[in-house]
Design a binder for this molecule. Sequence first.
Ligand code: BG6
Length: 482
Amino acid sequence: MTEFPKNFLWGGATSSSQYEGAYNEGGRGLSHMDYIRRVEKGDKDKRFPINVTKEMFDDHKKHENEYNFPFRRGADFYHHYKEDIALLAGMGFKTFRMSIAWSRLFPTGLEEVPCEDGVQFYHNVFKECRKYNIEPLVTMIHYDIPVYLTETLNGWESPKMIDYFVHYTKFLIDEYKDEVKYWITFNEINMIMNSSYLGGGLFVECSDKPAETCIHQALHHQLIASALTVKYFHENTKGNLVGNMIARLQNYPYTCNSEDVLATQQQNQFNYFPTDIQVKGWYPTSILNYYRKKEIDIIWYPNYEEILREGTVDFAAISYYHTAVISAEDDKKEPIGAFIRNLENPYNKITDWGWGIDPTGLRITLNDMTDRYGLPIFIVENGLAARDQLTDDFKVHDDYRIVYIKAHLKAIKEAIGDGSDVMGYTSWGCIDLVSCGDAQMTKRYGYVYVDADDEGNGSYNRYPKDSFYWYKDVIATNGADI
Ligand code: BG6
């Protein structure tokens, strides 16, 4: 019978901008996430509010003291970290995924020397994790860049970002290598193709390049920055591991018509290509052909081929939430490369936010990635968003979350039985935090409820949900009953 590996890394995941809060304490500089405003999504642009345009950004700056900016508050981990890590330890976490806020260390991104308070804050967090034998899994950048770099360089469109980022990551490696074994360079590096502001801290309208070229140029700079970081990491640490990460979207053909199958293959190639580069060390020909056909002219970074070759990762990480359906028919077609897909899969139930629930898709993805990369795979995000209700006696009966996570863990176990090498599982937002895409608190993923609403009202007290006790049992038994 298949079992989870003995050293399986059970845990949960967070990110600095969604969780930490305290945006103006300890010398932290503002990040571009601090300028994403909470608004109800309109029909016109379903991906608003994360697709901030220059015009919106200027308006947000102008109304700095009036608008609701939830990422400035997060879930106030900054002041609750001891209590929160004790809660994670209470579930028996083996690992805790978190990210470092670049602007907490280097407020504008340009400083030579980091801010001492910020440096100490993360030492304190890691020390607290170590107290409970929890291995931190640290993402070097989970979207948030110092906003100064957005304003002055147009974010990752500029190659100068590479130097500033590598200065920052070299510091992280030197400073924390004895406290942190597991690292990820970029969160969901492919997300820049979905939202250039979120993933790249840039405005395509401010570039003199066509939008798609600007985005792929910025992605090229991120890939270079990641590879240079990985190379330094390997030269300067022993026994530590560094991975890459994409938002994995397993794509299915709408019909068995070979045109649909071909379009699906292209979309899967597109979804995988950043991992292809970060694992294998070169751009796949499919993407180079895509650039040629679409006249996307990349200004290649000097010696980029050698840099990519020398900066390949030790494991491949993914977030996995849902799958997508692809059609080649004109009236149903969406461009290859677009992340958000609108065709429904009648075989999947959907969440309250319309995301298809598809555990078997995770098994397919794990098996696929195992064949493609031959590296350990780390599922560093997965989970169910819901509008949880806190009862009068401070409980949350989230049996729906237990059903969701259990089904995905079963799929992982089956993939392990199929031969996949899975290192661990950190479900998203283990303690409730601000939703990234919706900039709201009421879209909750956690095992622990945080008493705060979309406007930042509430005590910010923490209350374990039913899923807390269930997950604790799963970890204690190493998933034996899954
Ligand atoms: C991932 C991101 O894409 O999805 C997280 O890495 C994000 O930051 C998560 O929170 C869930 O998305 P959302 O929009 O529901 O918060």
